[in-house]
Design a protein around this ligand. Structure first.
Ligand SMILES: Nc1ncnc2c1ncn2[C@@H]1O[C@H](COP(=O)(O)OP(=O)(O)O)[C@@H](O)[C@H]1O
Ligand SMILES: [Mg+2]
Length: 314
């Protein structure tokens, strides 16, 4: 695929706040993303950039008079439609999807319904609740049990035996219940063997496929944040163009905007499944979207400029 990037993106923003930090368990990563994006925007020389660290789930730290917000909050209120609704209420344009699409992407069950409806494949799935716990995995073992509205691999369990199934479901449902009330739900998925990849979608452009080669084939919390052994090559397999098409279809089906990272598993036979969408992907110097953009000839400042150019509010 060939890429053609505009040198500059037209927008009328002058004063831009970069929102970072927040209260989720991804606060520290968000601070790194935020400072990285702020520095990139400053280097363009055309914006007055204001780094804004949020310490609560509200906009009290946001100064008056900003023309747009670049959201580098990860997880929680910053990614689930919360900050998006608050900015809509103030009519301030922001990067990334609107509140409704953010809410869908943050909810793995809602995402699956949305992707099922347009024929984008996801791992076979079922929902278990404490009152309807399922009599073991419908997909055999291993299977994967997840808290459906969490991130960073907190509440994601690789379940290898029938004995471990009930307690994983109970745990995932408890995490869901403690955060969102109600009975709590657990998402049960078939385990997809094979490789893990991710694709950044930036409006109409689709970035190159990046592979995530984690030791042991599982990209959990340890592998994401505490391991130096994970490698991120750019595969050139025959499945890449179709994977890029599916990533764009997932982006469109959920109503995304800005830059979104679509994560996949691909079996040894080349069968692809979308795992999840990250509507506020990491923007640190180690993050995958900036790496993929670089590979496509798009520097971090240009990437941030394009994302900012797509900022809008509802
Ligand atoms: N159905 C699955 N089959 C195989 N591995 C999976 C499956 N679901 C999740 N994983 C592994 O667990 C990791 C975290 O799961 P994910 O759904 O992305 O949750 P999170 O929102 O916590 O990142 C994935 O990156 C992948 O390595
Ligand atoms: Mg993930």
């Amino acid at each position: 695929m060939d890429f053609f990037w505009y040198n500059s993106v037209m927008n009328n923003f002058k004063k831009v706040a970069v929102l970072m930090g927040g209260t989720s368990n991804e606060r520290e990563v968000s601070l790194v993303s935020g400072h990285n994006v702020a520095e990139a925007l400053v280097s363009l020389g055309k914006y007055e950039v204001i780094p804004v660290v949020l310490d609560a789930d509200d906009l009290s730290a946001l100064p008056a008079g900003v023309d747009a917000c670049y959201i580098t909050l990860h997880g929680g209120w910053g990614e689930d439609g919360g900050v998006q609704s608050a900015l809509d209420a103030r009519s301030i344009p922001y990067t990334g999807p609107g509140a409704a699409a953010s809410r869908v992407a943050m909810d793995k069950i809602a995402t699956k319904k949305c992707l099922d409806a347009v024929g984008v494949p996801t791992a076979p799935w079922a929902v278990a609740t404490p009152s309807k716990p399922l009599d073991g995995s419908p997909f055999g073992y291993p299977c994967v049990v997840k808290a459906p509205r969490d991130g960073s691999s907190v509440g994601v369990y690789l379940v290898k035996t029938p004995e471990a199934f009930a307690s994983a479901v109970a745990d995932a449902a408890r995490i869901d219940r403690e955060k969102f009330g109600g009975e709590g739900e657990a998402l049960v998925e078939a385990f997809i063997p094979g490789r893990e990849t991710t694709v950044g979608v930036l409006g109409d452009e689709v970035l190159p496929v990046v592979e995530i080669c984690a030791p042991g084939g599982w990209y959990g919390y340890e592998e994401k944040y505490n391991s130096n052994e994970t490698r991120y090559p750019f595969p050139e397999d025959g499945f890449c163009p179709e994977m890029q098409r599916l990533a764009k279809a997932a982006f469109d089906a959920t109503g995304c905007r800005g830059v979104t990272r679509v994560d996949f598993r691909v079996t040894p036979e080349g069968q692809m499944y979308v795992l999840e969408l990250n509507t506020s992907p990491g923007m640190t110097s180690h993050s995958l979207v900036p790496k993929a953009a670089q590979k496509a000839g798009l520097s971090l400042p240009s990437l941030c400029d394009r994302v900012l150019g797509s900022a809008a509010h509802d």
